[in-house]
Design a protein around this ligand. Structure first.
Ligand SMILES: [Zn+2]
Length: 149
């Protein structure tokens, strides 16, 4: 397999895996490629050389990946976090400030098992953890949390 670093018409960096360079060109010509972020069909190879996957564990980024490319990698991490946050927002019940109470009810099976999100102070988080309740602090931007109850 060959991995190409690709960009779309909106400058989103992403990777494409191809059987060969010819395979990439064929897919590009047939407009089979699209940006995973915005769906743009204007996909082109990023300016640096492709690297080849030799199997086994992926090669950690080496010294040759720096400068502009490093910025691209950070952008990818930010995108992944954004996607994770979106997924969580779509798959959890917002219980707002009732979070510590609801988390306890679920933990002690007084409420149906479900995934919730909400607000808790640092002190409340500490108490919940001491009770053995698994919770995760998430870097969710306030504006994505919706209205407070
Ligand atoms: Zn794009």
């Amino acid at each position: 397999m060959i991995v190409f670093n690709l960009t779309c018409g909106n400058d989103h960096p992403f990777e494409g895996w191809f059987g060969s360079a010819a395979d990439f060109e064929r897919q590009q010509e047939s407009a089979l490629l699209s940006c995973p972020l915005c769906g743009s069909k204007r996909v082109s190879k990023a300016l640096h050389a492709p690297y080849v996957n030799t199997g086994g564990t992926p090669k950690p980024p080496g010294r040759e990946r720096h400068g502009k490319d490093a910025v691209g990698q950070y952008a990818n991490v930010a995108d992944e976090v954004a996607q994770l946050v979106e997924h969580l927002l779509a798959n959890t019940d917002d219980v707002g400030d009732a979070f510590p109470e609801e988390a306890r009810k679920i933990h002690y099976q007084e409420a149906p098992e479900r995934k919730i999100r909400g607000n808790a102070s640092r002190e409340e988080v500490k108490d919940l953890r001491e009770e053995g309740i698994e919770i995760m602090a998430l870097p969710i931007p306030r504006h994505l949390l919706g209205k407070r109850h």
